[in-house]
Write a protein of this length. Structure first.
Length: 186
């Protein structure tokens, strides 16, 4: 496949390693030649790397099996997920988890990426609902300010929230960057 045809979520082989494309950007800087900036995540280590390609360069693709599974709990072997239709359970090792566990609370659906039946990575939903467990007290009437305060969520994720959010409230958080989006509506 040509580098210019890659899409986020696609499996590729780079430098002998299995990777997932996380973002792609086509750039044409001034009078220079166009290139494609691809950000990839090494499935086994979880490290992100940016690579630059000519849009016509060939990239080796790999087949990733995707399955939506429900997160149950974490033990010493890793995180346990269950297929909601067959009730089969699999354990995803800690090396494949990365920071994804900061966004998953029990009974959350996530996409498990597997290579040849071996779980290799976990993709959380794009937005998750988490409960704020610790934050500074709210300021009465502070609704129109753009200042944010730190807050810790039930999973250990630390994010910044508006002053009117108190401990015990549920908030919506983006899993792309861990940022606060809004209060949860129910």
């Amino acid at each position: 496949m040509k580098a210019g045809e890659c899409r986020p979520g696609q499996g590729v082989k780079m430098d002998g390693k299995s990777c997932v494309v996380t973002s792609i950007e086509h750039r044409t800087p001034g009078n220079l030649r166009a290139f494609v900036q691809i950000k990839i995540k090494d499935i086994m280590t979880g490290k992100h790397v940016e690579k630059r390609f000519n849009p016509a360069d060939d990239i080796e693709t790999i087949t990733l099996d995707r399955s939506d599974l429900e997160y149950l709990y974490t033990d010493t072997d890793g995180a346990v997920f269950m297929n909601p239709t067959t009730f089969d359970q699999i354990t995803v090792p800690e090396t494949a988890l990365g920071d994804v566990m900061l966004y998953l609370r029990p009974n959350t659906l996530a996409t498990i990426l597997s290579i040849d039946g071996v779980p290799a990575a976990v993709e959380p939903p794009t937005v998750v609902v988490l409960t704020v467990t610790e934050t500074e007290p709210g300021i009465k009437g502070a609704t129109a300010t753009n200042q944010l305060k730190p807050a810790t969520c039930e999973t250990g994720l630390t994010t910044r929230v508006p002053p009117f959010i108190d401990a015990g409230e549920e908030i919506r958080v983006s899993t792309a960057d861990g940022s606060y989006l809004s209060r949860s509506t129910g």
